[in-house]
Design a protein around this ligand. Sequence first.
Ligand code: RNT
Ligand code: ZN
Length: 422
Amino acid sequence: MDKRELIEKAYELAREQYKAFGVDTDAVVDKMNDVQISLHCWQTDDVGGFERPDAELGGGGIQVTGNFPGKAQNIDQMRQDLDKVMSLLPGKQRLNLHAIYGEFGGQLVDRDQIEVKHFQGWIDWAKQRGMGLDFNATCFSHPKADDGYTLSSKNEDVRRFWVEHVKRCRAITAEMGKQLGSPSVHNTWIPDGSKDELVDRNGHRALLKKSLDEAFAHDYPREFMLDAVESKLFGIGAEFMTVGSHDFYLGYAIKNNKLICLDNGHFHPTEQVGDKVSACLQFVDDVLLHITRGVRWDSDHVVVLNDEIQLIASEIIRNDFLNRVKIGLDFFDASINRVGAYVVGTRATQQAFMRAMLEPYAILKDFEENGKYFERLALLEVMKSRNFGAVWDYYCLKNSVPASDDFIAEIQKYEKDVLLNR
Ligand code: RNT
Ligand code: ZN
């Protein structure tokens, strides 16, 4: 039997098995089109950016480790990698850019000077591919971020500089959304915090609120852009206190009708972002996710299909929240083939959503509401061993992308032909 026949046969059997649980696998394969993932461009170059040649991630408590060969060193290489990644992913994705990834034409354009023209190339590139774009202010890896504070800085010049940067980033984001006909999300994350005892927490938080109010003063139509704010528990070098904590940003988002960005590396390890989705969505219209894998800390390992990611996806699907949750990725690993890392992490995220869709939710909910808790637990366990891989492979086949492990050989070839020649 050839591979295609094997996948189709396995799918037919899986379809019958799932049908017995009241799950329509054909509908699931179609519904997967609604899961649009915003690909974080920074996995291709370790959050370096193109402001300066050989730029490296600096400061802000985020770190990339490893030096696997073949990192994208310019925009062409990054686009080549992104196209390769997308060719190995089923479904349709968006692209998530940071402000340091503009086309600056070899000039040093400071962050308070960036304009739409520096991103027009990306907009055109996305348009050709029928993709939406998302955007992020880059409030780190910059001399004006070196003392640990940006939007909450007590140095008025520094604070104003970052306010101007965020304002410009929002204008660029709105233009992206306008030209591409799909709202672009602008996310603000800042590294601000203190390594050690800080006595004026309130002062910095008041400054952050003031800066956000200034930077967000201009209202853009929702069909062009949406603002998100990203909280964090701590970062390296900001262990003692982080200005933009979850309480701070959730409050800000609720009061100002913004999106709260939940990065699952940004909480205490026993806290689950999956549990926060339905809590936040009682009070904000939309949530932005940064899907990642923290290993002991916010290490941004490549996402794998683990319980944490599954709960996030399951909560979204169980409650039909797909239209209120924007799905972004945020991991960066330079110790293995970056394109391979990208594909593994994105596929794992997609798979979590597919598994969530294959859950017999109506039956489980019925057990729950009738106090049948053994039955609920048992069925959840049984579903773990159903043949979800057969449905996944069929979905890949239908999307003309490699199924099963076939993408590994493709990436090995790309490594040999492209990455190792850089
Ligand atoms: C940092 C935040 C932030 C960044 C990216 C590069 O802790 O998670 O989202 O990782 O913006
Ligand atoms: Zn993040």
